[in-house]
Design a protein. Sequence first.
Length: 140
Amino acid sequence: MANKNNFKHGLANTPTYNSWKSMRIRIARKPTYKDVRICKRWKNDFLAFLEDMGERPLDTTLDRIDPYGDYCPENCRWADAKTQQRNKRNTKRFLVNGQWLTMPEISETYSISRNTLKHIYDKDRHTTVYSILKNRGIQA
C-alpha cells in the first residue's frame, strides 16, 4: 500500500499548491518566521490544506489574518495585494470610532488624502488621528 504522503494528487504546479509550498519554504528558511508555525494538519499534507482553504482565487495569495499568528485554518485567508499590504506586522493602526484602521483606510473612509494624513502625523507624532479628524470637522 502506498504512503498517503507519496500520493500524487496532480496539482503540483497549481497556484494553490505553490502557495502551500511557499508557506513551508518561508517557515523553514526565513529567520523572521522563527516564531511562526504551520498547523499539524497542513505541515506535510497539501490535500488537507486544499480542503481547508479551497482553490486559490485569481489575484490573491495566502495571508495570515493575525500577522503574529500561525498558519492554520482559523488564521489564514486568500487576500489581494491591497489587503496584504495593510496587514503587515509593521503597519501602524489607529483607533477610530472603535475600529483599528490603517492610514490608507482612514484616508478612504474620511476622504482625507493620504499625503495630508502622513504630513500631519510625520510633523507631530503626538497628534492623534482623532485630533486630525476633529480639526477637519469629522466626528470620530
